[in-house]
Design a protein around this ligand. Structure first.
Ligand code: KIV
Ligand code: NA
Length: 275
């Protein structure tokens, strides 16, 4: 089944769509074994995996490197790959060539593009060329330096009107779904009702057609400060730091490796070598 059909079926059956990000082989395996509906290879990888302070330095090559690893880890799960900063807004020709490169190299089910009215013509061109596109409005992290920080979007009447216009333009352009990031819940609910394509929320309340979270946020893995909209379901930071500390201590104490981790050799063999 195509990703578009799967999304429409779930929306029409009112079955919430569960999306999680993944960036490598083990995280993709984990998402697939948890029956995640869609894996997003997000450009958030720049922050949570590569240690950049924003998503702006992420390249097409980064997305391909990580996207291929995700596909190896989750061959049976729908995947969406982010088009990184400046890869789709210099010119339509550039956007299409970059979309082609990502789509051919990674073979995901769709690509995702940040932006609304401004990128709608590009979304339409890429869709018409045969690549399904997921939109992304509200807080668009690639625009963080213009938006003035990571904060909720669409709280004023002007901002809310713009957001609705952006989402409708994406729907009109043929987007298969739209991510709503950091949007007031009641606005997201209205928009979800109005649009004919699914909304996937992150910090946009429970009335969206689906939800997405960053893998490292939901596991508390490497990230130190969690945004308000994150529910964490594990604490890898704590578990991993305790585990690694215990290992270091055991090495210093010579309590690791123990007998059971050790290979043996016959006396006569050792004698033959060392007398
Ligand atoms: O890059 C990402 O992880 C995203 C999600 C937060 C929607 O775009
Ligand atoms: Na992203």
């Amino acid at each position: 089944m195509t990703i578009k059909r799967m999304l429409m079926d779930k929306m029409n059956n009112q079955e919430p769509i569960a999306m999680v990000t993944a960036y490598d082989f083990p995280s993709a395996q984990m998402c697939e074994s948890a029956n995640t509906d869609i894996i997003l290879v997000g450009d958030s990888l720049g922050m949570v995996v590569l240690g950049y302070s924003s998503t702006i330095k992420v390249t097409i090559e980064d997305m391909i490197h990580h996207g291929k690893a995700v596909k190896r880890g989750a061959p049976g799960t729908y995947t969406v790959v982010d088009m990184p900063f400046m890869s789709f807004n210099v010119s339509e020709r550039d956007a299409i060539m970059n979309a082609k490169e990502l789509f051919q190299a990674i073979e995901p089910d769709a690509l995702k593009i940040e932006g609304g009215v401004d990128v709608a013509p590009t979304v339409e061109r890429i869709t018409k060329a045969g690549i399904p596109v997921v939109g992304h409005v509200g807080l668009t992290p690639q625009n963080v330096n213009v938006l003035g920080g990571y904060r909720v979007q669409g709280r004023t009447e002007a901002e809310a009107k713009q957001l609705v216009e952006d989402a409708k333009a994406l729907e009109e352009a043929g987007a298969i779904a739209v991510v709503l990031e950091c949007v007031p819940a009641r606005l997201a609910a209205k928009l979800t009702e109005e649009l004919s394509i699914p909304t996937i929320g992150i910090g946009a309340g429970v009335e969206c057609d689906g939800q997405v979270l960053v893998y490292h946020d939901l596991l508390q893995y490497g990230v130190s400060r969690l945004p308000k909209f994150v529910q964490s379901y594990a604490n890898f930071n704590q578990d991993a730091s305790e585990a690694v500390s215990r290992y270091v201590r055991d090495v210093k104490n010579k309590t690791f490796p123990a007998e059971e981790h050790t290979f043996q050799i016959k006396d006569e063999v050792l004698k033959g070598v060392y007398g």
